[in-house]
Design a binder for this molecule. Structure first.
Ligand code: UD1
Length: 418
């Protein structure tokens, strides 16, 4: 199995380019199944979740491939509604977006339960609630989901019981071509939700996002378009965490400050200096950071996808701190790994309490995507050479993490096992 080796303890100085946001590229790719025309999507990250999603679309009869370094062309004019690759669908959370697009285009969807990162139950009842309110019937048996619309879907007023990125996006995807106005309340407002809506609107949809509510005025059809994906906010924040731990100065070209101002404010209080203009964020640290207490919550508050990396940072922070997880209660796989490095980190219910620790190198196992990133953050700050196993999780969501941290001066290598 491939590994990453990290020689910790040196400061980071350099510049790297932030890629497109995985979590908006994925719904945009699936949304192309609604369009009987060619779409060109730019700034798509080369991560395995994207590659696998393109493969799923190809299996359904679409043209779906990279035609440039980060440009994808999708032509779904002649797809059928049958998914060929069930194992791939069940590997990935984002494949849940197939439900919304297939019910819209074909009036039915039959697929395995979507998978995703390994941090506990990832229910979909809010997605199904959205489809049911539009008039579909949904059932699940032996891990297989069937959604059917006997008649044409009907516009509706839908209130989601929980703020969910996936359920919000899926309900938008299912309703964009439905006659009349659908209003969805209690929606997620992450930048990736906005990116998907901007994409659909550029294709001719009529969707307005008003804070906690989305209004979708159904249109007859969508047309092809060239569209550029937002930069990845979690990738930017992960590299900022690396600088916080190591000290130094990094220029993150293409990073978007407005998407991460809440966390940047916390980083600022911890002692990081952050400057930004339209093209970049520059982050500077003396490597002597202060602690903080954070609670994960839906956007615009603290992102759950930064929880493990932030916990890794707190191991190096004066006064330590706490992270309370309010979104995914199982997201603590990284704790035992940081303990192998000497971290004083204790889990209490859905929180971790962390004290500043003498961190040393160790052999570590990534337990999921962001946990893997956290181990790299910690290894960069710890003395000695650490090995991170299970790199497959990390490449699901970080393009060329080794190259980008090397750009910043980190001593990191990819070890390919034959
Ligand atoms: C997306 C992101 C993931 C991120 C998460 C929260 C993708 C591919 N993944 O995941 O990286 O960590 O948003 O920002 O974009 N829930 C229910 N029932 C449902 C749906 C969700 O109870 O039907 C719960 C979840 O268990 C969780 C919370 O709602 O506790 C938020 O989950 P959600 O926003 O749906 O996450 P995902 O869309 O799966």
């Amino acid at each position: 199995m491939d590994k990453i080796s990290v020689e910790g303890g040196s400061r980071l100085y350099g510049r790297t380019v932030i890629g497109g946001m995985k979590n908006s590229a994925l719904p945009v790719i699936y949304a192309c199944l609604l369009i009987k025309d060619e779409c060109i999507i730019e700034n798509v990250p080369r991560v395995s979740d994207v590659e696998n999603s393109l493969q799923i679309l190809r299996g359904m009869g679409a043209y779906a491939d990279f035609v440039g370094e980060h440009t994808v062309r999708i032509d779904a004019s002649s797809v059928g509604g049958e998914i060929k690759d069930f194992p791939l669908v069940s590997k990935m959370r984002a494949s849940s977006y197939l439900m919304g697009v297939l019910i819209s285009r074909f009036g039915e969807a039959y697929l395995p339960m979507p998978g995703g990162c390994n941090f506990g139950a990832r229910p979909i009842e809010q997605h199904l609630k959205g489809f049911s309110c539009l008039g579909a019937t949904c059932s699940e048996e032996n891990g297989l989901i069937t959604i059917k619309a006997k008649e044409k879907l009907k516009s509706a007023k839908i209130t989601l019981d929980k703020i969910s990125v996936g359920a919000t996006i899926n309900t938008v995807l299912a309703s964009v071509l439905v006659d009349g106005e659908t209003v969805i309340e209690n929606v997620a407002r992450e930048p990736h939700v906005i990116d998907l809506i901007n994409f659909l609107n550029a294709c001719g949809a009529k969707i307005v996002h008003l804070g906690s509510k989305i209004a979708v005025e159904g249109v007859k059809k969508l047309h092809g378009i060239k569209y550029r994906i937002y930069p990845d906010m979690i990738e930017s924040l992960t590299y900022m965490a690396c600088v916080g731990v190591c000290g130094g100065e990094a220029e993150l070209i293409g990073a978007e400050f407005s998407h991460i101002s809440y966390v940047c404010d916390i980083f600022g209080k911890m002692g990081l200096e952050i400057k930004s203009d339209r093209e970049r964020i520059i982050v500077k640290s003396r490597g002597n950071i202060n602690g903080a207490d954070v609670i994960t919550a839906p956007y615009p508050l603290f992102p759950t996808d930064l929880h493990p990396q932030f916990a890794a940072m707190l191991c190096f922070a004066n006064g330590g701190g706490t992270v309370t997880e309010e979104i995914f209660p199982g997201r603590f796989g990284y704790v035992a790994e940081l303990q192998k490095m000497g971290a004083h980190i204790v889990r209490e219910k859905n929180s971790v309490i962390i004290s500043k620790s003498e961190m040393h190198a160790a052999e570590l196992d990534a337990t999921d995507l962001r946990a893997g990133a956290a181990l790299i953050v910690a290894s960069l700050g710890a003395d000695g050479r650490s090995i991170v196993n299970n790199v497959g999780y990390i490449v699901r969501g970080y393009e060329n993490i080794v190259g980008k941290i090397s750009d910043l001066g980190g001593k990191i290598k990819f070890i390919k096992e034959i």
